[in-house]
Structures are given as structure tokens and as C-alpha cells.
Ligand binder design. Structure first.
Ligand code: DCP
Ligand code: CA
Ligand code: CA
Length: 361
């Protein structure tokens, strides 16, 4: 399956402020140059009826919506990341293998749990949609197919709140009439080159020989297009590599070798690292400081935590202790910059067995 959340940032804004639900909603990235300058990040489906699209100038969206009561809200990326993290956690539990590909998209391999039965896959998809809607009030569109390329094209077939199932024997009739731009990776440039070859549909593309495609697009893209136009793809669904550490580093207001002088900066750095952990749904096992001295030498000191943590207070206290110990051990050291790093990251929560036991009582 491929899942893509519908008008994702706009749905997040509607949930944060339900009075928006009845209105056209436009999520804006203000450039700050003038009060109205900037571009549209996304719009809800109500606003799209008026022609509002991602990427158009805010001024243009205001014109398109001047006769209606529309809402223009600034983009709040950190908030969408947190909603996304929670949704991805739900999805991960519904798949044999899971691959998140963007803030609002993921592939779920459900081959094993459905024993390759497409009716069972449809039920699984309905269950996924239900879970995401119940827990996060967000609708999604899902495509189901025998491989990733087909699932991805299918998820875009009937939006919003769609579910499109393409069985192996239906692949050719599903793909044939679609424009080549529906193939993932085919943008404006490839579309233009193909139109010069009189190709606009996937069916027409599938009639081109591999030689001309490789000549026009190079070996790897050419071969990919040849196979994709036939609905062929054997790329497995695989978990993307997880980050192994988060760090933040900054320059002190003044050079110092007094630990207390570093505490305000350490608080800031620790909170920022903690926010990063939380937004990625991860905990850390160890905390380090990175000390850059006035002679520009770089020193690291690290400490294992007693249990997994995401807590800014724990990270801060550990960083303070490490900084104090470092300064005591190096009588000549004068700090210029300081960093905090969380490492040993895992997706587990920071609860110890004991606290799990206690909260279960
Ligand atoms: N996005 C953006 N600028 C773009 C495209 C997208 O800021 N030019 C952001 C806002 C979207 C999010 O990424 O909410 C996901 O992008 P999608 O292309 O999946 O678009 P939507 O989820 O908004 O709408 P759709 O229902 O068509 O998937
Ligand atoms: Ca989307
Ligand atoms: Ca998307």
C-alpha cells in the first residue's frame, strides 16, 4: 500500500482550529518582505475549488478567494511534524515492513499479513484509514498494488479520502490511459521530452523501445521509465535509515571557564535537542557535550544515562555535569562554543521497567 495524507498541512490547521473546517483554508509561507508576499504551501479541498494550488503567490490566492470567507494561516512546520510522527507510528504497527518517504507519505508492505490476498489488503487499508481518522482526525488516500510504483500511482487516483485497488491482472488497463506525469519521478522536464516524442500517456510510453528511452533519459531513468510504463517494479519496502544522533552547537555570549556562565546556553541547547527527539519519536541513551575552546581545539565528553530519555531536564543536567567536570579536568581551558549531543537513539520510550510496572498498577 501507499498512503498519502490529504491536504496535510491544511487538515492539521483545521484540527487545531475547528472553526476553519467549513471554510477554504490556505496555508501560507510568508517571505517577510511585505505583509502579503510569499507562496501557498497547500490549501484544503474547499480552497482548491477556486483554483488555489501549492506554489502560487499568496496575493494570487487572495484574489481567487476574494468573494468568500477564506482563512489564510501561516505554516507551522514543527506542529505538522509532530502530527506526522504520531500518524507514522500508527502506520508502522499495521505493516510487515514500513517505509516513510515524506512528511505525509509512506509505503506499507502487507504481503505477509494478507497472504497476498487483495480483498484482505482492502480490509487492511480500510482499517488503517479508520485508525488514522479516529486517533488524529486526518483523512488519507491509499493505493494498493502488486508493487510500489503502482501503489503510489493508485494512491493519487481518487483524492481525498480515496482507496484504489489495482490487482495484478488490472495493471495494464489501469495505467494505459494515465498521463506520463503520473509516474513518480516524471516532472515537467521529462514530460516535455516525452511530448517531443509524441508520448503523453503511459500506454504510448510503453510502446517506446528501451533504446530510445535510454538515449533520451540516460541509463537509469530510461530503464526505470521502460519498466514503470509496464507496471514493473521490484523495489522492496524498507525502513529508511534512522538518525543515530541529534546535536546542537552555539557560540557563548562571552568566552568563559566558569561553568555557571554556560548554563543558560546549555538549557537552550538541551531543550532544542529534546524537541528534536520528541518530534522524531525517539529516546536517547547517552548525552555528550562538545567543547570548542578559544584555541579552537575541540573536545567531547559523554555519559550514559540511567535509562532512555527524551527529557530536556535530564539532558540539561547531564550536560551541566559534563561541562563542570571538563573544566575541572582542564585548568587552562577557556570555552568559546558549546554543543549538546544526544546519541544512542532508539524508537523505544524512556520508561524504565520499574515505572512501567508502577503505571500499570
Ligand atoms: N507542500 C509545500 N509546498 C509544496 C507542496 C507541498 O509546502 N509545493 C507541503 C504542504 C502539504 C505537504 O507538503 O500539505 C504534503 O504535500 P502533498 O503534495 O502531499 O500535498 P497535500 O497533502 O497538501 O495535498 P494532497 O491531498 O493533494 O496530497
Ligand atoms: Ca498529501
Ligand atoms: Ca505527499
Amino acid at each position: 500500500m501507499h498512503l498519502d495524507l490529504d491536504s496535510f498541512y491544511a487538515q492539521c490547521e483545521e484540527n487545531a482550529n475547528p472553526s476553519l473546517k467549513a471554510k477554504p483554508v490556505v496555508v501560507c509561507v510568508y517571505s517577510g518582505r511585505t505583509a502579503e508576499s510569499g507562496a501557498v504551501s497547500t490549501a484544503n479541498y474547499e480552497a482548491r475549488k477556486y483554483g488555489v494550488r501549492a506554489g502560487i503567490p499568496i496575493v494570487r490566492a487572495k484574489k481567487l478567494l476574494e468573494s468568500v470567507d477564506a482563512a489564510f494561516v501561516p505554516m507551522n512546520h514543527l506542529y505538522y511534524e509532530q502530527v506526522s510522527e504520531r500518524i507514522m507510528e500508527i502506520l508502522r504497527t499495521q505493516a510487515d515492513a514500513f517505509e516513510q518517504t515524506s512528511i505525509d507519505e509512506a509505503f506499507l508492505d502487507v504481503s505477509k499479513r494478507t497472504a497476498l490476498n487483495f480483498d484482505a489488503a482492502r480490509s487492511a487499508a480500510l482499517e488503517v484509514k479508520k485508525q488514522v481518522l479516529m486517533q488524529e482526525s486526518v483523512t488519507a488516500s491509499i493505493g494498493i498494488g502488486p508493487n510500489k510504483v503502482i501503489a503510489k500511482i493508485a494512491s493519487d487516483q481518487s483524492k481525498p479520502d480515496g482507496l484504489t485497488l489495482v490487482r495484478p491482472e488490472e495493471v495494464t488497463q489501469f495505467l494505459s490511459p494515465l498521463p506520463v506525469s503520473r509516474i513518480p519521478g516524471v516532472g515537467k522536464k521529462a514530460e516535455e521530452k516525452l511530448s517531443q516524442l509524441s508520448v503523453s500517456t503511459i500506454s504510448q510510453l510503453s510502446n517506446l523501445g528501451p533504446a530510445i528511452l535510454v538515449e533520451t533519459f540516460g541509463k537509469s531513468l530510461g530503464a526505470y521509465l521502460y519498466r514503470a510504463s509496464r507496471g514493473e517494479d521490484d523495489d522492496p519496502v524498507k525502513e529508511r535509515e534512522q538518525p543515530t544522533q541529534f546535536s546542537r552547537i552555539a557560540t557563548l555570549k562571552e568566552n568563559t571557564r566558569r561553568a555557571e556562565d554556560t548554563f543558560p546556553l546549555l538549557t537552550e541547547l538541551a531543550n532544542s535537542v529534546s524537541a528534536k527527539l520528541v518530534s522524531h519519536g525517539m529516546s536517547c541513551k547517552s548525552v555528550a557535550i562538545i567543547a570548542i575552546l578559544t584555541d579552537l581545539s575541540i573536545h567531547n565528553r559523554s555519559k550514559m544515562l540511567e535509562s532512555l530519555s527524551t527529557d530536556g531536564k535530564v539532558i540539561e543536567a547531564t550536560a551541566r555535569q559534563l561541562t563542570q567536570e571538563f573544566l575541572q579536568s582542564k585548568p587552562d581551558a577557556v570555552l568559546r562554543r558549546l554543543g549538546v549531543r544526544a546519541s544512542g537513539l532508539t524508537r523505544e520510550t524512556g520508561q524504565t521497567n520499574m515505572s512501567k510496572f508502577l503505571t500499570a498498577q
